[in-house]
Structure formats: C-alpha cells, structure tokens
Design a protein around this ligand. Structure first.
Ligand code: AP5
Length: 224
C-alpha cells in the first residue's frame, strides 16, 4: 500500500498533539512533533536545546536551519518510511517549500494536510489549563480532559507539569506568530488540493472520528 504522509495544521492549542496520538495508533504512522523534539533537546541540556529554549519561551519560531536539519533526518528513519504524521511542522512557507523539495528528492509525497480550526479565546482557555506528562508528553486539561488522579499521567504514572510557554502573554505571542507565519500555509495546501478542514471546537472524540474517516478516504483514493 502507498505510504500515508500527513500534516496536522492549526494554531497552538488547536488539539494537534491530542489528535496525533490517536491517529498514530489508527494508521501506524510515525508521529513527528517538532515541539516534542525541541523539548527533548531542552530537557537533555544539549547546545541545540539551549539555543532553542530562548525562542520557545518567547513564543517565537526557532530558526529554520535548526528545524530543517532535524526534520529531514527524522522523516527518513525506518519507522517513518511507511508513513508519517507531522505535528507543528511546517510552520512557514520556507519550511513548507523545504519539505516539498525533500519529499520530491526521494519520490515521496503528501497524502493530505489536516487543518484544525479553533478561535483564539478558546485557545487561551485550553492552553492555560493544559498539563503534560514529564515522561512522554501525554496531554491533559485540568477541566476539559482531567487525568483520573490529579497531577498524575493515566498512561505512564509520571508527574504532570505546565509547559513554560503556556503563560497567557506567551500564548498571545504564539497566536500572533501563528497568524503571521503559519496561517498562510492553509492557502498553500488548499491550492495544492491537499487541505481538509476540521472543526476543532468539537469534543476530542468527535474531532478524532471525523479526521479518521477523512484519512481513511484519502488512503482509499490513493490506492485507486
Ligand atoms: P509546539 O509544541 O508545536 O506547540 P504548538 O503548535 O504551539 O501547539 P501546542 O502543542 O501548544 O498545541 P496542540 O495543537 O498540540 O494542542 P494540544 O493537543 O496539546 O511548539 C512549541 C514551540 O516550539 C513553538 O512556539 C516554537 O518556538 C517551537 N517550534 C516547534 N515547531 C517549530 C517549527 N516547525 N519551526 C520553528 N519553531 C518551532 O491541546 C491543547 C489543550 O487543549 C490540551 O490541554 C488538551 O487536553 C485540550 N484539548 C485538545 N483538543 C480539545 C478539544 N477538542 N476540546 C477541548 N479541549 C481540547
């Protein structure tokens, strides 16, 4: 079967990570989150992590050269050869062009770009209540999606923390950066015939069912 290569687009807090966890299991895709990769570098105290943290804490994009090096290596790893789900990448038009060039070089292509749509005020509410687990980044919300035991991850028992960039000022800055640099990619992928839009304000299970059905159709069309 042809590989399934997807992009999840949407503002910070739209639910990309929440949906990626589920879709990864449905379709056996490698979940590639540039945010998670950068946070792992920060946690390990690497030089790259130290350089990236300044941008992340300020709500700015990390420079393209750092991100492009990470991604081009990651999408050629064995688990991603059979299909990948990009979460948080690309984030501007030069990253989108670089992705297209990298895929074309190895005769690979995108199956679809899945855009989650959520208004700004809902995003601020979601991100200020978000908690993530220390071990694997599993995502919760103190009111909307609480863990069974406060402060503890249901899946691996590790401690839940608040991300450094989930403070209101930084959230607003991230929204500005999204509107200026990332939102134009919606048109970019629409013109390429790859865009599918989803109402990200629905319950996470409803959003998931809708995306799963769309991806199943895209895969079927790809086989015809
Ligand atoms: P990154 O980690 O990619 O953050 P982001 O895009 O801002 O997205 P988030 O992880 O904040 O949100 P999400 O959409 O995954 O939502 P989630 O599912 O967690 O990037 C962080 C930083 O790294 C960037 O600011 C930048 O500095 C740098 N960076 C990363 N990639 C880069 C790149 N390519 N280039 C340059 N720099 C880069 O959900 C949020 C909350 O809402 C949770 O609490 C969840 O439980 C809840 N929730 C989810 N879905 C629903 C729903 N349907 N209804 C109600 N609640 C919901």
């Amino acid at each position: 079967m042809a590989e399934t290569n997807l992009i999840l687009l949407g503002p910070p807090g739209a639910g990309k990570g929440t949906q990626a966890e589920r879709l990864q299991q449905d379709f056996s895709l490698a979940h590639i989150s540039t945010g998670d990769m950068l946070r792992a570098q920060v946690a390990n105290g690497t030089e790259l992590g130290q350089a990236a943290k300044r941008y992340m804490d300020a709500g700015e994009l990390v420079p393209d050269e750092v991100i492009l090096g990470m991604i081009s290596a990651r999408i050629t790893e064995q688990d991603a050869r059979e299909g990948f789900l990009l979460d948080g990448f690309p984030r501007n038009s030069s990253q989108a062009d670089a992705l297209a060039a990298t895929l074309a070089e190895s005769q690979r292509r995108l199956t679809g770009a899945l855009a989650l749509e959520v208004p700004d005020e809902e995003i601020v509410r979601r991100l200020s209540g978000r908690r993530v687990c220390l071990k694997a980044g599993h995502v919760y919300h103190v009111e909307l999606d609480p863990p069974k035991h406060e402060g503890v991850c249901d899946q691996d028992g590790s401690r839940l923390i608040q991300r450094d960039d989930d403070k209101e000022d930084t959230i607003r800055k991230r929204l500005e950066v999204y509107a200026e640099q990332t939102a134009p990619l919606i048109d970019y992928y629409e013109q390429a015939g790859l865009l599918r839009r989803f109402d990200g304000t629905r319950d996470p299970n409803e959003v998931h069912n809708h995306i799963r059905a769309t991806v199943a159709t895209l895969r079927m069309e790809d086989r015809l």
